[in-house]
Design a protein. Structure first.
Ligand code: PLP
Length: 480
């Protein structure tokens, strides 16, 4: 049998050569993006054109051009004008650990398939637990994304709070969770996966300023009980995705404690505020949560996907997927924290912990404080700029690095304004210099920015607003 392709694919010389070229390309890219020698955040094509390009490339493209083309035809999260989605410009050193993870490919499900990273995982999750304010009974693990972390936490909640052994026997009663109408859609999805159905998702209305309206919690719980729904958990957002507004975690914690509900904090985006001396007040009360999810790939400069799920009582993290109900009785010195698949949804996962550990070892935890603080400062600065513009308004004064704003004009109706703002965003996308996104809040169309790059400046916001105004003038001018 011909093995020449295998020999080629595993050639150390070839790997070395391509690797050196790629590192140079990425370093040049970083330099050009951070120092803005290259101004574009993306090179927009409609999906069909993009597909045609890559179809053609597969047949006719120059193999040596492949990595350069991928670089050119993706969104540059390292560009300071990339202020759209909540994905971090990775700290470059973690691109190296991502390469190590990809290369070494230790499966992590059991200790033997990832000895160093399993030990590191315990160390870094212990550190995050401590930062949350948990004591030494707490435990955590890393898992593949905020979505999966939230599902896992709600499964843990059901195990801990519902009397019957649902994991083994299923359930006949109606179960429910409480969550703000502003929460990330993945909480709904988790509830549906668990078979709670629409009626099992008790949607708590938000206040004017997009926080969970905690004054309605008692009556919502009474209503659910009257409908024979057994509520076992409540989820708070830290912050919610669309507006970046933090729920009042202390109020939710008090309510949860009073009614013996599990309290989960979805801190996928902003749980990392625990590291910011200036902004940790945003997560006041987080130490009372039974579980907390924090995405490393959002506010901690780590590659996708790198999520920490932390439990105030480590026994619960062990019990979620256990087949035997008496699992909790296992002595803590037999805890086997190092066999991760007992706790995680995944069997195989990537070596996520090496990114966290490398950041801590190289820069210390102060880097997370600098990062979160800088971005939240910038969020506020952008909010102030918008407020000083006569024809612009904010959805809400920024709580974090997420800013929703729009053009307004008293002479135009809502539909016209919605179309105008959507039009502006589409033009920006196609132009490719700035990358921002959009959201609809209570029927109103907003332009939405998330400042993820610590090298974005107020000057960038000024230029962005100027561009938006120029586009508006072009659309609104009478001879158009
Ligand atoms: C991003 C986000 C999620 C989903 O996390 P993934 O890591 O993308 O799966 C969940 N909740 C909130 C509040 C988020 O911002």
């Amino acid at each position: 049998m011909d093995k020449s392709l295998l020999q080629k694919a595993y050639s150390p010389q070839d790997f070395r050569k391509r690797g050196h070229i790629l590192i140079d390309q990425l370093a040049d890219h970083l330099d050009a993006q951070i120092n803005e020698e290259s101004t574009a955040t993306l090179d927009w094509h409609i999906p069909e054109d993009e597909r045609a390009f890559w179809n053609d490339f597969l047949e006719n493209g120059d193999e040596n051009e492949l990595f350069a083309q991928i670089l050119k035809r993706t969104t540059s999260v390292h560009n300071p004008k990339c202020i759209g989605h909540q994905v971090t410009p990775t700290a470059p050193i973690t691109a190296l650990t991502a390469m190590m993870s990809g290369f070494l490919n230790n499966g992590m499900a059991i200790y033997e398939m990832g000895m160093a990273p399993s030990a590191m995982e315990r160390i870094i999750t212990d550190l995050v637990c401590k930062k949350i304010g948990y004591n030494s009974d707490s435990r955590g693990f890393l898992t593949s994304g905020g979505t999966l972390a939230n599902l896992t936490a709600i499964l843990s909640a059901r195990k801990a709070k519902v009397q019957n052994d649902i994991w083994n026997e299923g359930h006949e009663q109606s179960l429910g969770i409480m969550v703000s109408e502003e929460a990330h859609y993945c909480v709904d999805r988790a509830a549906k996966i668990m078979g709670l159905g629409e009626k099992g998702i008790i949607k708590i209305p938000a206040t004017e300023d997009f926080k969970m309206n905690t004054s309605t919690l008692e009556s919502e719980l009474e209503k659910a009980s009257a409908n024979n729904i057994e509520v076992f958990a409540i989820v708070g957002s830290a912050p919610s995705t669309a507006t970046g507004v933090y729920d009042d975690l202390t109020a939710i914690a008090n309510f949860a404690q009073k009614h013996d509900l599990w309290f989960h904090v979805d801190g996928a985006h902003g749980g990392a505020a625990i590291f910011s001396e200036k902004y940790k007040y945003t997560v006041a009360g987080i130490d009372q949560a039974d579980s907390v999810a924090i995405d490393g790939h959002k506010m901690m400069m780590l590659p996708t996907i790198t999520t920490a799920l932390l439990f105030k009582d480590g026994n619960h993290s062990h019990a979620t997927f256990s087949q035997k109900a008496d699992y909790l009785l296992v002595q803590s010195d037999d805890e086997d924290w190092y066999n991760k698949a007992k706790r995680t949804f995944e069997c195989t996962k990537t070596m996520m912990s090496i990114h966290w550990y490398t950041m801590l070892k190289t820069y210390g935890e102060g880097i997370f404080d600098e990062y979160v603080t800088q971005l939240y400062d910038l969020g506020k600065a952008f909010g102030n700029l918008v407020q000083n513009e006569p024809n612009f308004e904010l959805a809400i004064e920024p709580n974090s690095n997420i800013i929703c704003f729009r053009y307004v004009d008293a002479n135009l109706n809502l539909n016209t304004l919605n179309d105008l703002n959507a039009n502006i965003r589409q033009q920006l996308l196609e132009e490719g210099e700035f990358y921002i996104v959009q959201t609809k809040l209570r029927g109103v169309h907003y332009l939405r920015c998330t400042v993820m790059n610590p090298f974005t400046t107020e000057e960038h916001f000024r230029v962005l607003l100027k561009k938006v105004k120029e586009k508006l003038e072009a659309i609104l001018s009478p001879n158009n």
